[in-house]
Design a protein around this ligand. Sequence first.
Ligand code: BES
Ligand code: ZN
Ligand code: ZN
Length: 502
Amino acid sequence: MTLDITFSKSAKKKAEALVLCVYDGRMLAGGADGADKNLQKFAKRAMEKSRTFKGKSGQSLVALLPEGGDYDYLVLLGLGDPAKLDALESEKTGGRLYALLADRSIKSAEILIDEKHEARAQIAASIGVGARLRSYSFETYKSEKKEEDKVQKPEKLNVAVSADKEAGKIYSREAPVIKGVFMARDFVNEPPNVLFPYAYANRILEALKPLGVEIEIMDDKKLKKHGFGALLAVGQGSANPPCAVIMRWNGLGKESKAAPLALVGKGVTFDTGGISLKPGPGMDEMKMDMGGSAAVVGTMLALAHRKAKVNVVGIVGIVENMPSDRAYRPADILTSYSGKTIEVLNTDAEGRLVLADALSYVQKTYKPKAIIDLATLTGAIIVALGHEYCGTFVNNEDLWAELDKASKATGEKLWRMPLDEVFKKDMESDTADLQNISKSGRDAGSCTAAGFLWHFIEKDVPWAHLDIAGTAWVKKDRETSPKFGSGFGVRLLDRWIADHYE
Ligand code: BES
Ligand code: ZN
Ligand code: ZN
């Protein structure tokens, strides 16, 4: 069960916990006047008696209240410096508040927003957004617990702010995007025996078609007919055949001839490495190797839910990379959709093969005005940037500026990486046109992977490649994203589209 967020002009006094905001230096924030005098006194005394709680961002204090009042608990939430309380900081605060309530099995809470703060409506909305994002959980495969063993989760958060209508409006703008984030997380968290390629394609169809997104599922026969030789090779070792799903959101109307934006995603439902088998420990995590495709599908869901006035085409290549007697092998030479031949030197460098065909197809078929691909492409990007930043390779300065802006607005952090002719050259083969791993071995692994993809980008098409191997799957809780599938990319892409193409 996820958290229900409401907004009201003043305190409703119908919750288990009252949350008051405190700034650095134990200053009760403006909204506290909305609480009754005794509660305010109690809050001040609780702060004075605490040796550690200073009101710094991230700090909190919970007290049980005497019987007979409106609430059972008082929560003092540290917000730090009010001048630094922007939308992102407020989202984090909302996420922390959810975690705190969940920790204590508090089912409902009400937070009073600082009425003196200029940005109160935005703060209120963002606290709601952050709390809701954090409330995601994936429990599909947990057996039902006995009533007495169940942990109580927060179910309701009311945000009291005089600008409740405005806050509600800002929140409603984000609600469909949160749906997209949750769907992306679900797909990443699903196990690979359930989310094998065709099952995944059907889940996409079921989710998007009712919202008016045109869906085409290309099965393996169709892929063969069209010449997706690189993608098909990756999938040929698996008993679960590969496919591609093309999603079209025509927000400018069916008749619109406007060139679409293209989103391309790597959808490897499980990456064993194939014949170049990965080591056993940690291999289970390779169920997240479809995180790029999940971000694309989640974004399409968000666009459709909010009826975005834009034309976007999404394409995801979905395959399972398995070793078997039918599997592709090192030394194989593939003919890609583009006609370029590729010598396979490592079957674990499969994502780039899937993307190559999807990128070529989308350019040839839709002539997009810009392309963004997302892929859990290289372990090397984790070495470089960890789980905090997504490595971003862009061939166009304007596109980079747009993405950088969307990144700063959503908190989905991007770090620009180099696209360089040298890396492109590193991917040329002695025997075929290209090879799928670099001549420089493992050095600059993420850059050479991007160099490989670059070979498939037509002249002058603005393109960005987002290597989300470190950010799509995070093994510890973050403020607004519980551990595992993060849904990274959905908010970023949605914002990029909204700010620059609608
Ligand atoms: N799916 C992996 C990349 C990956 C690694 C994603 C860790 C998430 C976490 C990709 O297909 C892969 O195996 N890449 C190889 C490339 C190498 C063979 C050139 C890698 O990164 O080691
Ligand atoms: Zn691989
Ligand atoms: Zn992979």
